[in-house]
Ligand binder design. Structure first.
Ligand code: UDP
Ligand code: MG
Length: 318
Protein backbone atom coordinates (compact mmCIF):
# COMPACT_ATOMS: atom_id res chain seq x y z
CA UNK A 1 0.00 0.00 0.00
CA UNK A 2 1.28 3.46 -0.82
CA UNK A 3 2.01 6.11 1.81
CA UNK A 4 -1.02 7.90 3.15
CA UNK A 5 -1.78 11.46 4.06
CA UNK A 6 -2.48 11.59 7.79
CA UNK A 7 -4.37 14.27 9.67
CA UNK A 8 -4.27 14.43 13.46
CA UNK A 9 -7.13 16.25 15.17
CA UNK A 10 -6.73 17.67 18.65
CA UNK A 11 -9.62 19.17 20.65
CA UNK A 12 -8.35 21.89 22.98
CA UNK A 13 -10.20 23.55 25.81
CA UNK A 14 -8.14 25.84 28.02
CA UNK A 15 -4.97 23.94 27.25
CA UNK A 16 -2.48 26.83 27.26
CA UNK A 17 -0.15 24.84 29.51
CA UNK A 18 -0.03 21.83 27.19
CA UNK A 19 -0.61 22.86 23.65
CA UNK A 20 2.88 24.02 22.54
CA UNK A 21 4.60 20.91 23.87
CA UNK A 22 1.86 18.68 22.42
CA UNK A 23 2.13 20.20 18.94
CA UNK A 24 5.93 19.94 19.04
CA UNK A 25 5.79 16.30 20.04
CA UNK A 26 3.14 15.39 17.47
CA UNK A 27 5.10 17.10 14.70
CA UNK A 28 8.07 14.94 15.70
CA UNK A 29 5.85 11.88 15.42
CA UNK A 30 4.72 12.99 11.94
CA UNK A 31 8.37 13.59 10.91
CA UNK A 32 9.35 10.16 12.15
CA UNK A 33 6.52 8.47 10.26
CA UNK A 34 7.38 10.46 7.14
CA UNK A 35 11.01 9.31 7.31
CA UNK A 36 9.80 5.72 7.70
CA UNK A 37 7.74 6.33 4.57
CA UNK A 38 4.50 5.47 6.34
CA UNK A 39 2.83 8.83 5.75
CA UNK A 40 3.25 11.59 3.20
CA UNK A 41 5.20 14.80 4.02
CA UNK A 42 2.04 16.90 3.66
CA UNK A 43 0.41 15.21 6.68
CA UNK A 44 -0.75 17.77 9.22
CA UNK A 45 -2.26 18.61 12.60
CA UNK A 46 -5.71 20.16 12.97
CA UNK A 47 -6.48 21.80 16.29
CA UNK A 48 -9.98 22.73 17.38
CA UNK A 49 -10.18 25.38 20.04
CA UNK A 50 -13.41 24.60 21.87
CA UNK A 51 -14.08 28.17 22.99
CA UNK A 52 -11.12 28.44 25.36
CA UNK A 53 -11.09 31.41 27.70
CA UNK A 54 -7.32 31.37 28.22
CA UNK A 55 -4.54 32.04 25.69
CA UNK A 56 -4.88 28.69 23.89
CA UNK A 57 -5.98 30.32 20.62
CA UNK A 58 -3.14 32.89 20.63
CA UNK A 59 -0.65 30.07 21.08
CA UNK A 60 -2.28 28.12 18.24
CA UNK A 61 -2.07 31.19 15.98
CA UNK A 62 1.66 31.50 16.66
CA UNK A 63 2.18 27.80 15.98
CA UNK A 64 0.25 28.13 12.72
CA UNK A 65 2.33 31.13 11.62
CA UNK A 66 5.52 29.15 12.15
CA UNK A 67 4.45 26.14 10.07
CA UNK A 68 1.19 26.96 8.27
CA UNK A 69 1.22 23.77 6.19
CA UNK A 70 1.55 21.48 9.14
CA UNK A 71 -0.50 23.18 11.87
CA UNK A 72 -4.05 24.07 10.93
CA UNK A 73 -6.82 25.07 13.28
CA UNK A 74 -10.39 26.18 13.86
CA UNK A 75 -11.92 28.12 16.71
CA UNK A 76 -15.45 27.75 18.10
CA UNK A 77 -17.35 30.82 19.20
CA UNK A 78 -18.04 29.17 22.55
CA UNK A 79 -17.48 25.95 24.43
CA UNK A 80 -19.49 23.13 22.82
CA UNK A 81 -17.82 20.17 24.52
CA UNK A 82 -15.26 17.67 23.40
CA UNK A 83 -17.59 15.58 21.17
CA UNK A 84 -18.49 18.61 19.07
CA UNK A 85 -14.83 19.59 18.84
CA UNK A 86 -14.00 16.11 17.58
CA UNK A 87 -16.84 16.23 15.05
CA UNK A 88 -15.60 19.63 13.85
CA UNK A 89 -12.12 18.15 13.52
CA UNK A 90 -13.36 15.20 11.47
CA UNK A 91 -15.41 17.49 9.23
CA UNK A 92 -12.55 19.96 8.94
CA UNK A 93 -10.02 17.41 7.75
CA UNK A 94 -12.59 15.79 5.48
CA UNK A 95 -12.83 19.13 3.68
CA UNK A 96 -9.08 19.77 3.73
CA UNK A 97 -8.35 16.25 2.52
CA UNK A 98 -6.57 13.26 4.04
CA UNK A 99 -6.47 9.46 3.71
CA UNK A 100 -6.90 8.79 7.40
CA UNK A 101 -7.32 10.77 10.59
CA UNK A 102 -6.28 10.17 14.20
CA UNK A 103 -7.93 11.97 17.10
CA UNK A 104 -5.88 12.52 20.25
CA UNK A 105 -6.27 14.62 23.42
CA UNK A 106 -4.33 17.84 23.84
CA UNK A 107 -2.78 16.71 27.11
CA UNK A 108 -0.95 13.79 25.42
CA UNK A 109 -2.26 11.37 28.04
CA UNK A 110 -2.60 8.84 25.27
CA UNK A 111 0.68 7.39 24.08
CA UNK A 112 1.41 9.22 20.83
CA UNK A 113 3.84 6.48 19.74
CA UNK A 114 0.82 4.24 19.13
CA UNK A 115 -0.09 6.35 16.09
CA UNK A 116 2.45 4.26 14.18
CA UNK A 117 0.58 1.08 15.16
CA UNK A 118 -2.69 2.73 14.09
CA UNK A 119 -1.18 3.46 10.68
CA UNK A 120 0.14 -0.11 10.38
CA UNK A 121 -3.35 -1.47 11.06
CA UNK A 122 -4.83 1.00 8.59
CA UNK A 123 -2.40 -0.31 5.99
CA UNK A 124 -3.51 -3.84 6.90
CA UNK A 125 -6.91 -2.81 5.59
CA UNK A 126 -8.75 -1.62 8.69
CA UNK A 127 -10.98 1.43 8.38
CA UNK A 128 -11.43 2.00 12.09
CA UNK A 129 -8.61 1.45 14.60
CA UNK A 130 -9.66 1.95 18.22
CA UNK A 131 -7.12 2.78 20.89
CA UNK A 132 -7.82 0.78 24.05
CA UNK A 133 -6.03 1.77 27.22
CA UNK A 134 -4.02 -0.88 29.03
CA UNK A 135 -4.91 0.11 32.56
CA UNK A 136 -6.08 3.01 34.69
CA UNK A 137 -3.10 3.32 36.96
CA UNK A 138 -2.81 7.05 36.42
CA UNK A 139 -6.47 7.74 37.26
CA UNK A 140 -7.86 8.69 40.64
CA UNK A 141 -10.17 6.24 42.41
CA UNK A 142 -13.16 8.45 41.59
CA UNK A 143 -12.26 8.65 37.90
CA UNK A 144 -11.71 4.89 37.76
CA UNK A 145 -15.10 4.20 39.33
CA UNK A 146 -17.02 6.69 37.21
CA UNK A 147 -15.31 5.49 34.03
CA UNK A 148 -16.15 1.88 34.85
CA UNK A 149 -19.76 2.88 35.58
CA UNK A 150 -19.85 4.66 32.23
CA UNK A 151 -18.89 1.54 30.25
CA UNK A 152 -21.12 -0.71 32.36
CA UNK A 153 -24.08 1.65 31.90
CA UNK A 154 -23.53 1.83 28.16
CA UNK A 155 -23.20 -1.91 27.71
CA UNK A 156 -26.13 -2.73 30.00
CA UNK A 157 -28.32 -0.44 27.98
CA UNK A 158 -27.35 -1.91 24.68
CA UNK A 159 -24.77 0.58 23.38
CA UNK A 160 -21.95 -1.61 22.21
CA UNK A 161 -18.71 0.24 22.75
CA UNK A 162 -15.40 -1.38 23.61
CA UNK A 163 -14.44 -0.95 27.27
CA UNK A 164 -11.64 1.54 27.88
CA UNK A 165 -11.75 3.04 24.42
CA UNK A 166 -11.95 6.79 24.70
CA UNK A 167 -11.78 8.94 21.61
CA UNK A 168 -8.23 7.95 20.65
CA UNK A 169 -8.67 6.28 17.29
CA UNK A 170 -7.87 6.26 13.60
CA UNK A 171 -10.56 6.35 10.97
CA UNK A 172 -10.20 6.16 7.21
CA UNK A 173 -11.46 8.52 4.55
CA UNK A 174 -14.20 5.99 3.85
CA UNK A 175 -15.53 6.37 7.42
CA UNK A 176 -15.41 10.16 7.07
CA UNK A 177 -17.40 9.91 3.87
CA UNK A 178 -20.07 7.82 5.61
CA UNK A 179 -20.19 10.33 8.45
CA UNK A 180 -21.30 12.93 5.93
CA UNK A 181 -24.60 11.07 5.59
CA UNK A 182 -25.32 11.25 9.34
CA UNK A 183 -26.98 14.56 9.97
CA UNK A 184 -27.64 13.85 13.65
CA UNK A 185 -26.87 16.88 15.74
CA UNK A 186 -25.71 14.96 18.79
CA UNK A 187 -23.65 12.34 17.03
CA UNK A 188 -22.12 10.03 19.63
CA UNK A 189 -18.83 9.14 17.96
CA UNK A 190 -17.95 5.97 19.83
CA UNK A 191 -21.36 4.49 19.03
CA UNK A 192 -21.28 5.81 15.48
CA UNK A 193 -17.95 4.22 14.46
CA UNK A 194 -19.14 0.92 15.88
CA UNK A 195 -22.53 1.22 14.24
CA UNK A 196 -21.35 1.80 10.67
CA UNK A 197 -19.78 -1.66 10.67
CA UNK A 198 -16.57 -0.99 8.78
CA UNK A 199 -13.58 -3.29 9.34
CA UNK A 200 -12.47 -2.48 12.87
CA UNK A 201 -9.57 -3.47 15.10
CA UNK A 202 -8.05 -2.33 18.38
CA UNK A 203 -4.57 -1.27 19.47
CA UNK A 204 -3.58 -1.24 23.13
CA UNK A 205 -1.78 1.79 24.46
CA UNK A 206 -0.43 3.11 27.74
CA UNK A 207 -1.91 6.09 29.52
CA UNK A 208 0.31 8.73 31.01
CA UNK A 209 -0.56 11.26 33.70
CA UNK A 210 -1.87 14.56 32.36
CA UNK A 211 1.10 16.56 31.04
CA UNK A 212 -0.09 19.86 32.56
CA UNK A 213 -3.32 21.60 33.53
CA UNK A 214 -6.43 19.91 34.89
CA UNK A 215 -9.01 17.49 33.52
CA UNK A 216 -12.04 19.17 31.93
CA UNK A 217 -14.25 16.14 32.49
CA UNK A 218 -16.24 15.87 35.66
CA UNK A 219 -18.91 13.44 36.74
CA UNK A 220 -21.78 15.54 35.36
CA UNK A 221 -20.15 15.81 31.92
CA UNK A 222 -19.46 12.10 31.82
CA UNK A 223 -23.06 11.38 32.79
CA UNK A 224 -24.21 13.74 30.02
CA UNK A 225 -22.05 11.85 27.51
CA UNK A 226 -23.44 8.52 28.72
CA UNK A 227 -27.04 9.73 28.46
CA UNK A 228 -26.43 11.07 24.97
CA UNK A 229 -24.80 7.79 23.97
CA UNK A 230 -27.66 5.72 25.32
CA UNK A 231 -30.48 7.85 23.94
CA UNK A 232 -28.70 8.03 20.56
CA UNK A 233 -28.00 4.35 20.13
CA UNK A 234 -30.38 2.30 22.26
CA UNK A 235 -34.04 1.99 23.12
CA UNK A 236 -33.40 -0.69 25.72
CA UNK A 237 -34.33 1.67 28.62
CA UNK A 238 -37.74 2.28 27.04
CA UNK A 239 -38.28 -1.46 26.77
CA UNK A 240 -37.26 -1.91 30.39
CA UNK A 241 -39.86 0.67 31.37
CA UNK A 242 -42.56 -1.19 29.45
CA UNK A 243 -41.55 -4.40 31.19
CA UNK A 244 -41.52 -2.65 34.56
CA UNK A 245 -45.01 -1.27 33.95
CA UNK A 246 -46.27 -4.74 33.11
CA UNK A 247 -44.83 -6.32 36.26
CA UNK A 248 -46.09 -3.47 38.44
CA UNK A 249 -49.60 -4.02 37.10
CA UNK A 250 -49.26 -7.76 37.69
CA UNK A 251 -48.09 -7.09 41.25
CA UNK A 252 -51.07 -4.81 41.94
CA UNK A 253 -53.44 -7.43 40.52
CA UNK A 254 -52.02 -10.17 42.76
CA UNK A 255 -52.26 -7.93 45.83
CA UNK A 256 -55.88 -7.23 44.87
CA UNK A 257 -56.66 -10.94 44.59
CA UNK A 258 -54.98 -11.57 47.91
CA UNK A 259 -57.06 -8.86 49.60
CA UNK A 260 -60.33 -10.24 48.23
CA UNK A 261 -59.43 -13.77 49.35
CA UNK A 262 -58.52 -12.53 52.84
CA UNK A 263 -61.86 -10.79 53.07
CA UNK A 264 -63.98 -13.64 51.69
CA UNK A 265 -62.21 -16.61 53.20
CA UNK A 266 -60.85 -15.27 56.49
CA UNK A 267 -63.19 -12.32 56.89
CA UNK A 268 -60.15 -10.27 57.60
CA UNK A 269 -60.03 -6.78 56.10
CA UNK A 270 -56.40 -5.74 56.19
CA UNK A 271 -55.44 -2.52 57.91
CA UNK A 272 -52.53 -1.42 55.84
CA UNK A 273 -52.13 2.36 56.03
CA UNK A 274 -48.35 2.17 56.41
CA UNK A 275 -48.08 -0.38 53.61
CA UNK A 276 -50.27 1.79 51.42
CA UNK A 277 -48.12 4.87 52.04
CA UNK A 278 -44.88 3.00 51.37
CA UNK A 279 -46.22 1.47 48.17
CA UNK A 280 -47.62 4.84 47.09
CA UNK A 281 -44.26 6.54 47.56
CA UNK A 282 -42.37 3.69 45.95
CA UNK A 283 -44.51 3.46 42.86
CA UNK A 284 -44.89 7.24 42.66
CA UNK A 285 -41.09 7.61 42.68
CA UNK A 286 -40.65 4.83 40.17
CA UNK A 287 -43.13 6.45 37.81
CA UNK A 288 -41.41 9.81 37.97
CA UNK A 289 -38.05 8.14 37.39
CA UNK A 290 -39.42 6.32 34.34
CA UNK A 291 -40.94 9.54 33.07
CA UNK A 292 -37.51 11.11 33.44
CA UNK A 293 -35.98 8.42 31.25
CA UNK A 294 -38.67 8.88 28.63
CA UNK A 295 -38.01 12.63 28.99
CA UNK A 296 -34.37 12.04 28.01
CA UNK A 297 -35.56 10.54 24.73
CA UNK A 298 -38.06 13.33 24.19
CA UNK A 299 -35.20 15.76 24.83
CA UNK A 300 -33.10 13.98 22.23
CA UNK A 301 -35.93 14.26 19.70
CA UNK A 302 -36.42 17.91 20.65
CA UNK A 303 -32.77 18.74 20.00
CA UNK A 304 -32.64 16.80 16.76
CA UNK A 305 -35.91 18.16 15.41
CA UNK A 306 -34.75 21.73 15.71
CA UNK A 307 -31.60 20.72 13.81
CA UNK A 308 -29.60 23.69 14.95
CA UNK A 309 -26.00 23.72 13.75
CA UNK A 310 -23.73 21.40 15.72
CA UNK A 311 -21.28 24.20 16.36
CA UNK A 312 -20.35 27.63 15.05
CA UNK A 313 -16.81 28.23 13.93
CA UNK A 314 -15.47 31.71 14.43
CA UNK A 315 -12.11 31.43 12.72
CA UNK A 316 -10.18 28.90 10.71
CA UNK A 317 -6.46 28.79 10.02
CA UNK A 318 -5.81 26.58 6.99
N1 UDP B 1 -11.97 19.16 25.75
C1 UDP B 1 -12.69 19.95 24.86
N2 UDP B 1 -13.83 20.56 25.27
C2 UDP B 1 -14.30 20.43 26.55
C3 UDP B 1 -13.59 19.59 27.43
C4 UDP B 1 -12.43 18.97 27.01
O1 UDP B 1 -12.31 20.09 23.70
O2 UDP B 1 -15.32 21.03 26.85
C5 UDP B 1 -10.73 18.50 25.30
C6 UDP B 1 -9.51 18.73 26.18
O3 UDP B 1 -8.84 19.92 25.85
C7 UDP B 1 -8.68 17.51 25.91
C8 UDP B 1 -9.73 16.44 25.65
O4 UDP B 1 -10.93 17.11 25.34
O5 UDP B 1 -7.90 17.65 24.73
C9 UDP B 1 -9.91 15.53 26.84
O6 UDP B 1 -10.18 16.29 27.99
P1 UDP B 1 -9.50 16.03 29.39
O7 UDP B 1 -8.06 15.67 29.21
O8 UDP B 1 -9.79 17.20 30.24
O9 UDP B 1 -10.34 14.77 29.88
P2 UDP B 1 -9.82 13.45 30.63
O10 UDP B 1 -8.57 13.01 29.94
O11 UDP B 1 -9.58 13.87 32.02
O12 UDP B 1 -10.95 12.51 30.47
MG1 MG C 1 -6.91 14.05 29.58
Amino acid sequence: MQTSKLAVIIPCYNEELCISATVKRLLEVLDDLTIKNKITPDSYLYLIDDGSSDTTWEIIETLHTKTPDRVKAAKFVRNYGNQKALIAGLEGVRNLGCDCVVSIDADLQQDENSIEKFIDEYKNGYDVVLGVRNDRKTDSMFKKTTALMFYKLMNTFGVKIPVNHSDYRLVSKKALKIMEQYSERDLFLRGFFHDIGLKTTTVNFDVKPRFAGVSKFNFVRLLGLALNGITSYSIVPLRIISGLGFFMALFAFLIGVETVIEKLVFNNSPNGVATAIILLCFFGGLQIFCLGIIGEYVGQVYREVKSRPRYITEKELI
